[in-house]
Design a protein around this ligand. Structure first.
Ligand code: SF4
Ligand code: SF4
Length: 82
């Protein structure tokens, strides 16, 4: 499992999560997928240690544990991994 950043990040991108991540696995990026463009921050699921420190720091509640992603944002698990 890993933590995942979903859609609300795209409107904020204030880097509060980056500042607290002990593993430096949160990165800004742009992902193109099925004709859509995702310009926000992402978590590398291969390096995230599931500490959860980032989740409460996000001012727009964009961060979720992978298995707690709201239904409309399920695809963000794969988008973060991309
Ligand atoms: S859960 Fe921990 S390791 Fe994973 S992205 Fe958040 S702060 Fe970083
Ligand atoms: S704190 Fe939230 S909005 Fe800011 S970069 Fe992290 S996930 Fe995006």
């Amino acid at each position: 499992m890993a933590f995942v950043i979903a859609e609300p990040c795209a409107t904020c991108k204030d880097t509060s999560c980056v500042a607290v991540c002990p593993c430096d696995v949160i990165h800004a990026g742009v992902v193109e997928r099925d004709g859509a463009r995702f310009d926000q921050f992402f978590i590398n699921p291969d390096e995230c240690i599931d500490c959860g420190l980032c989740e409460p720091e996000c001012p727009v509640d964009a961060i979720f544990a992978d298995d707690e992603l709201p239904e409309p944002w399920k695809e963000y698990s794969e988008i973060n991994a991309t």
